[in-house]
Design a protein around this ligand. Structure first.
Ligand SMILES: Cc1cc2nc3c(=O)[nH]c(=O)nc-3n(C[C@H](O)[C@H](O)[C@H](O)COP(=O)(O)OP(=O)(O)OC[C@H]3O[C@@H](n4cnc5c(N)ncnc54)[C@H](O)[C@@H]3O)c2cc1C
Length: 383
């Protein structure tokens, strides 16, 4: 098998492709870096003039991120060892965690720099206007006017509002969450972030306060509608009526759902990151799954294996389970949240939470149910 000359020539032919990447956010830039490192001829087209700006992300990640990439100084802002989960009746549990907070703008700059160093071209102020998949041609608008670019592979890393997603998935109606948050000054316990589960603020989702340091935190929420109204209400309750005086900047954006039946590869086009819905529906976290999707894309181009199949293997099952849990939480009443938090503060679940990686919810959920069988009472909400 190893000596098969046809297989060898196929791999060599794939080895140097003309790849256009749309979007130099975290995942486009990371994919650009990995693909350029493999020897492909890569060009990244980014709509905005500055990498990472505007920033819409909180930057909280499970610490497994640190095992995926070697960071430079200045990106890791904080390490979190505790999370305070607050119930609608204001009872709370303080649970162990090992999460980190990164400077999202610095992270995007870093990945874009790695892509450049590996040989990728990065073109700023260049927006994808349309694609003609039959001609393998992308129309880009920006400085220098409108141009048609031909591609062998086109990687759509253009975020939650991807122009490319509907071409591959005309029947899927996207229904993203809307995130509204701000960087706020104050005094914070830098080791502990806060999560608020309360249908008054954000039915089904949650609100958060994530310290970047002792003096600054990112606070906000995600909602399916009226995000500004819910944001105002939450911020007043948490920080008082004059909270706006303490805000140094606002951040907001769309959080896509995971679409388990989405097609992410067709006719040389690949969807990666938020563009493909590679997001944990429980938390809205998309950086780690998006990076795993980028790795799957590299493997697909290297080996000729189906990208969609590799995605399913690498992240699909986990993201599907996150989506199931999200749908279950969507059905929770405030009373359910109160009971959940009371159960989670008990000794056995706390131990499981301390020892588990939330990136892998199947193992986590199984251990949790063994540790606290009364959690099974919530399973009825799955159906
Ligand atoms: C409020 C909020 C908080 C979040 N917090 C977290 C968190 O704490 N942890 C976490 O893991 N995830 C978080 N996320 C999700 C995370 O931000 C995304 O999963 C991540 O940004 C995905 O990266 P991406 O590169 O796929 O998309 P994006 O970061 O959206 O990047 C897409 C890029 O494509 C460019 N682009 C768009 N359209 C075009 C076009 N037509 N032509 C050219 N360029 C284009 C954009 O300018 C952008 O630079 C949060 C999201 C929101 C909204």
């Amino acid at each position: 098998m190893h000596n098969n000359p046809y297989k060898l020539s196929f791999v060599l032919w794939l080895g140097n492709m003309n790849i256009k990447i749309i979007g130099s956010g975290t995942i486009g830039a990371y994919a650009g870096y990995l693909l350029a490192k493999e020897g492909h001829e890569v060009a990244l087209y980014e709509d905005h003039e500055k990498i990472g700006i505007p920033c819409h992300c909180t930057g909280i990640l499970t610490s497994s991120f640190l095992g995926m990439v070697k960071l430079r100084e200045g990106i890791l802002l904080n390490r979190l060892g505790k999370v305070k989960v607050v119930a609608p009746n204001n009872s709370f549990a303080i649970l162990p965690c090992s999460d980190i907070v990164v400077d999202r703008i610095a992270l995007d700059e870093y990945f874009t720099g790695l892509a450049r160093d590996a040989g990728a071209k990065v073109l700023m102020g260049q927006k994808l206007a349309s694609i003609d998949p039959a001609k393998k041609e992308a129309i880009i608008e920006g400085k220098g006017g409108r141009k048609a670019l031909s591609y062998e592979s086109l990687v759509s890393a253009d975020g939650p509002n991807s122009k490319v997603f509907p071409l591959l998935n005309p029947k899927i109606k996207r229904q993203p969450w809307i995130g509204a948050q701000a960087v706020i000054r104050g005094k914070f316990d830098r080791e502990m972030y806060e999560v608020y589960l309360n249908n008054d603020y954000c039915k089904g989702f949650f609100a958060w306060v994530v310290p970047e340091s002792e003096e600054s935190a990112i606070a906000g929420l995600a909602a399916s509608e009226r995000p500004s109204f819910h944001f105002e209400r939450f911020m007043k309750k948490r920080f008082g009526d004059s909270f706006r005086k303490r805000i140094s900047s606002y951040r907001g954006g769309l959080i896509p759902m995971h679409y388990p039946h989405a097609v992410c590869q067709k006719d040389g086009i690949f969807l990666v990151g938020d563009a493909g819905g590679h997001v944990k529906a429980t938390t809205g976290g998309g950086i780690i799954p998006g990076m795993k999707a980028a790795k799957a894309l590299v493997e697909s181009l290297k080996t000729g294996k189906s990208y969609d199949k590799l995605l399913r293997k690498e992240i699909g099952n986990n993201l599907w389970l996150h989506l199931k849990i999200r749908k279950m939480l969507d059905r929770f009443s405030d009373e359910d949240y109160n009971r959940l938090i009371a159960l989670m503060s008990r000794e056995n679940p706390r131990r499981v939470i301390a020892d588990s990686d939330r990136e892998y919810p199947s193992a986590f959920a199984f251990k949790l149910l063994l540790a606290e069988p009364r959690l099974l009472g919530f399973v009825k909400h799955l159906f």
